[in-house]
Design a protein around this ligand. Structure first.
Ligand code: KG4
Ligand code: ZN
Length: 361
């Protein structure tokens, strides 16, 4: 498959319903012709987390609308496409199933090839979509549902160097926001508060830095934050604006320090790797990006941070990963299964952590 390819991508593994059209001509950088995301944030806000049944139903309602919108924005019809890529896992199974069923329906109706994509591969291959990054490179996936270091050696060749053994950092940001009465999703809210805060006032732990390797843990940080908050409340009868800012700044600095040190180790364990990329919603955090950029520079690696809309869940990354798989001969038929768990590196031991958004790897 050496010619130009135009793929529709479909994403519905968590709380964003996405459809996108990506075109790639060999030798040139891929072009995103449309990238439509319908967020379900409002639907889940009252529950303090993603409710799988509500998510699945909302995906069913929105999928055909976002696909229609993406094709319209790309000024293309289904017959102009060369294939349909869909997230087939890992994720909340009701949502993944919704997307897979729609993709199968479209493939059966049009005769277009169907390509099932691993959602994590979508994130991990995004630096190739945005920056044409050659293999191999190191990527840190850091979001509300996952956190792992992957050496990306090919479009289906991933080596996991370490990951969280409990919560994902985005989950910890969301929980922190909840404990401090800030809105969801918590990451942007905590980051905004942290700007005015003193990161040194509350000495939060830096979990697992005392152990070798690249595994991480974030659930203890959540507990430390709860204790620090309760101590202030017990002392003063409530939280002032400054207390809240200091708690946010201290928490964010702890997450940043852990991710920066583990990134340094992951790069040190990957001689010959010229680029370090980040992906996932937490990569939107400016303090974290700055720290990781410093780590990459110190290791002599290029730092690649995709634009925010391509860091968070989206279908352009799925269309792109589908194109990569298709060029490598990958195809699926109507037996394509939706998978709640689907580790990228099958040889690595299973991660203990699962997270509120469903086990990911
Ligand atoms: O990748 P994503 O859109 O969805 C998945 O979890 O797969 O990531 C969402 C997560 C949420 O937990 C959100 O709080 C976090 O990313 N996030 C941030 C920031 N923006 C989003 N965390 C820290 N700082 C941010 N600026
Ligand atoms: Zn994701």
């Amino acid at each position: 498959m050496d010619g130009p390819l135009t793929f529709l991508g479909i994403e519905s593994s968590c709380d964003d319903t996405g459809a996108a059209v990506v075109r790639h001509e060999p030798g040139a950088r891929a072009r995103i012709l449309a990238n439509v995301v319908a967020s379900q944030t409002d639907l889940h806000a009252a529950f303090g987390g993603v409710v799988p049944e509500i998510a699945a139903r909302a995906h069913v309602e929105k999928l055909d609308l976002v696909i229609e919108a993406a094709l319209e924005r790309a000024r293309l019809a289904l017959r102009d496409l060369d294939g349909i890529a869909v997230t087939a896992g890992p994720g909340l199974i009701g949502g993944v199933l919704s997307g897979v069923m729609v993709a199968k329906g479209l493939a059966a109706a049009t005769g277009l090839p169907l390509v099932g994509v691993n959602h994590l591969a979508g994130h991990a291959l995004t630096p190739r979509l945005t920056d044409d990054l050659p293999f191999p490179y190191l990527v840190l996936l850091v979001s509300g549902g996952h956190c792992q270091f992957l050496r990306v050696e090919g479009h289906e060749r991933f080596t996991r160097l370490g990951g969280t053994i409990d919560d994902a950092p985005g989950e910890a940001f969301d929980k922190t926001a909840k404990l401090l009465g800030l809105p969801q999703p918590g990451g942007p809210a905590v980051e905004a508060e942290a700007v005015a805060g003193d990161p040194g006032r509350f000495p939060f732990p830096r979990p697992l830095l005392d152990r070798p390797g690249c595994d991480m843990s974030f659930s203890g940080l959540k507990t430390a934050l709860l204790r620090a908050r309760d101590a202030v409340v017990a002392d003063k009868g409530g939280l002032s604006r400054a207390d809240r800012a200091d708690l946010c700044a201290g928490f964010q600095a702890a997450v940043r320090d852990v991710l920066a040190e583990k990134s340094r180790r992951a790069l040190a364990a990957s001689p010959g790797i010229g680029a370090f990329a980040v992906a996932g919603g937490v990569a939107a955090n400016a303090a974290l990006r700055a720290a990781l950029e410093g780590v990459a520079a110190a290791a002599g690696a290029t730092f690649v941070a995709p634009p925010l809309a391509l860091c968070t869940d989206n279908a352009a990354m799925i269309a792109w990963a589908g194109i990569e798989r298709f060029r490598g001969g990958g195809r699926d038929d109507l037996t394509l299964a939706a998978r709640p768990r689907w580790p990228l590196d099958m040889s690595a031991p299973a991660l203990l952590g699962s997270g509120k958004r469903g086990a990911k790897a």
